[in-house]
Design a protein around this ligand. Structure first.
Ligand code: PLP
Length: 359
């Protein structure tokens, strides 16, 4: 792919990002990557200054929400080099989302080239703080100026970066509380739940707002029949049993296939079985009460591992998991994942890809 760098600014000095600017998603870097789909092919790949994107008021994305996105990270190792964590998996998943939303796919190689090119240009923005990372947000949206409800003919693909601090500022701590309710659902069979599509998030805001009335940060989503556990807010659910099993719900078309979950499923950890199951909601609650389930949490790129200390029902009944604190298995999963990402634990083959210095 030919990438046009002519509009790139030539700012080459180290960018120190103060810690208070490293709040997740807050800070941007100087540049972004853009590419257009003209109805037949992807063209006009370019690295340009970060800034507004003009779209027609009638653009399909603004009316019918034809938008998909990804989120992944890179890490700076002791050798001073920057490594992307499983970006190829994100690129493949963007294409899975594209299929669901009837959008054009982008060759995985092209997506990787775009991410590497931008990360390379912005390497001086990499935050130096301990535990910091660079978050990448690739996304694609329909730009045709057309009000008929049909797939857009033209699209824009964009990648921008956000320097991020450690998700847990004061060390790995503070398990969250989730609301369990049959009132809101994230996805239904045959819907868009398995796509990382903006619209799924748009309609989750109402349930998050409702959860906050219970001092909970998110909803533990059940399936549309209220029988099975699906997702922990915008993360995949997991729990740990007394028998040292880590259980993740089977991926269905109402669950977003988390790359963090897939990574956990591929790990081989002595004394621990990590597997998938359909998790019945009633049994889950009973197993928390009996003590069979000892730890719970969520998996996702932003936090890696996010421990859940308790669940609350709408009638205010609270179920505390174990002692409501971070358990040893959760701690081990977190340490293993972050160790692999920052290079202190050997990564399985292909998980980390070095960002080469070209610009
Ligand atoms: C992005 C996302 C996740 C987490 O996926 P990762 O690849 O681990 O970041 C889980 N659930 C939903 C609904 C998501 O959108």
């Amino acid at each position: 792919m030919h990438i046009d760098y002519t509009l790139k600014s030539d700012r080459r000095t180290e960018q120190f990002v103060p810690t208070e600017q490293l709040i997740f998603g807050k800070t941007r870097t100087d540049h972004m990557f853009l590419m257009d789909y003209d109805g037949e092919q992807w063209t006009n790949a370019r690295v340009v200054p970060y800034g507004d994107i003009a779209v027609a008021p009638g653009a399909v994305v603004l009316h019918y929400g034809q938008e998909i996105f990804e989120g992944c990270k890179s890490f700076k190792h002791e050798d001073g080099e920057i490594y992307g964590f499983r970006w190829d998996e994100n690129a493949k998943r963007l294409n899975e989302s594209a299929k669901i939303m009837i959008m054009p796919e982008i060759d995985v190689e092209i997506q990787l080239e775009a991410m590497h090119a931008l990360m390379d240009v912005e390497r001086l923005w990499f935050p130096e703080q301990d535990g910091a990372s660079m978050y990448l947000r690739p996304f694609m949206f329909g730009t045709s100026d057309s009000l008929g409800v049909k797939p857009s003919k033209t699209y824009t693909y964009c990648v921008f970066l956000s320097p991020s601090g450690p998700y847990y500022k004061a060390g790995f701590s503070d398990p969250i509380k989730l609301l369990i309710t049959s009132r809101f659902h994230r996805a239904a069979p045959g819907g868009s739940g398995a796509a990382k599509a903006g619209g799924n998030y748009g309609c989750s805001m109402r349930s998050i707002q409702f959860a906050q009335k219970f001092d909970a940060s998110q909803v533990l989503y059940l399936d549309a029949t209220n029988q099975f556990i699906e997702e922990a807010g915008a993360m995949n659910h997991y729990h740990v049993t007394k028998d040292n099993e880590v259980i993740i719900p089977h991926f269905t078309d109402t669950i977003l296939k988390s790359i963090t979950s897939c990574s956990m499923l591929e790990l081989e950890l002595e004394g621990l079985t990590i597997r998938q199951e359909f998790i019945g909601f009633q049994k889950f609650m009973a197993d928390i009460q009996s003590g069979h389930i000892t730890e719970c949490g969520g998996f996702g790129t932003a936090a890696g591992v996010s421990p859940v200390g308790s669940y609350i029902l709408e009638n205010e009944t609270t179920y505390t998991v174990g002692e409501g604190k971070i358990g040893p298995v959760t701690q081990r999963l977190y340490d293993t994942l972050t160790g692999i990402q920052k290079g202190s634990i050997k990564a399985p083959d292909g998980w980390l890809q070095k960002v080469e210095r070209k610009h």
